[in-house]
Design a protein around this ligand. Structure first.
Ligand SMILES: N[C@@H](CCC(=O)N[C@@H](CS)C(=O)NCC(=O)O)C(=O)O
Length: 210
């Protein structure tokens, strides 16, 4: 059974949604970031950067020192679980460099900027021009994606793939915390409602069972 260490953030939701969508057997360990559980000596052994998510798969590839297979980085986790389950990453996309570019853009540019928006927003006396700049940047990325999604059903094309599970948590968290920066994106809104109606995605965003 896979052990998932995560919190309900953009990066954490990616891994949990993928596990719930694939139906792979797993156990959730909720990492309380506010309590700094991610800095505990036990957790740092799994992920020396102290970041979530991390998975441990005793049935994964063998390691030289015999320790169970351990993986961090939400996109690497999506790819690993896609390979393990044989779902959500068809061969023609696994080798498509533009698909990879798009997923990495979502994970690095969009998620990074959203994390900056949230971090600044939590600060006492937050510097408003900086917040507005990052917020506007995030909205520009949203508009870029909204344009692409005018003529595709899903993020990576017309089928549901790991790109949808990479993108959904970003929009989900942005809508929950800073909805003003998600405005003016009707194509994303249409897709968001469709993906959000999937039972696996609904289960994926629910951390109450951890
Ligand atoms: N690139 C990493 C980012 C992981 C990351 O930044 N996780 C955040 C939560 S979204 C975290 O663990 N923050 C805790 C901290 O910075 O102390 C991924 O995709 O998994």
């Amino acid at each position: 059974m896979i052990d998932l260490y995560a919190a309900p953030t953009s990066n954490g939701l990616r891994a949990k949604i993928m596990l719930d969508e694939t139906g792979l057997d797993y156990r959730l360990h909720v990492v309380d970031l506010a309590a700094k559980d991610n800095q505990s000596p036990e957790y740092l052994k799994l992920n020396p950067m102290g970041l979530i998510p991390t998975i441990v798969d005793p049935d994964g590839p063998a390691s030289a020192d015999g320790t169970p297979f351990t993986l961090s980085q939400s996109i690497a986790i999506l790819e690993y679980l896609a390979e393990k389950s044989g779902r959500f990453l068809p061969d023609h996309l696994a080798t498509d460099i533009h698909f990879r570019r798009d997923i990495l853009g979502i994970a690095t540019d969009m998620t990074g900027v959203l994390m900056a928006v949230f971090t600044i927003g939590r600060m006492e006396n937050a510097h408003k021009p900086t917040m507005d700049d990052f917020g506007a940047r995030f909205n520009r990325y949203m508009k870029y994606w909204d344009g692409l999604m005018a003529d595709r059903k899903c993020v990576g094309g017309d089928e549901v793939t790991i790109a949808d599970f990479a993108f959904y948590p970003v929009v989900y968290r942005a809508k929950a915390v800073t909805p003003q920066f998600t405005e003016g994106c009707p194509n994303i809104d249409r897709w968001y409602a469709e993906i959000g109606a999937r039972p696996g995605v609904q289960k994926g965003v629910d951390f109450s069972q951890g």
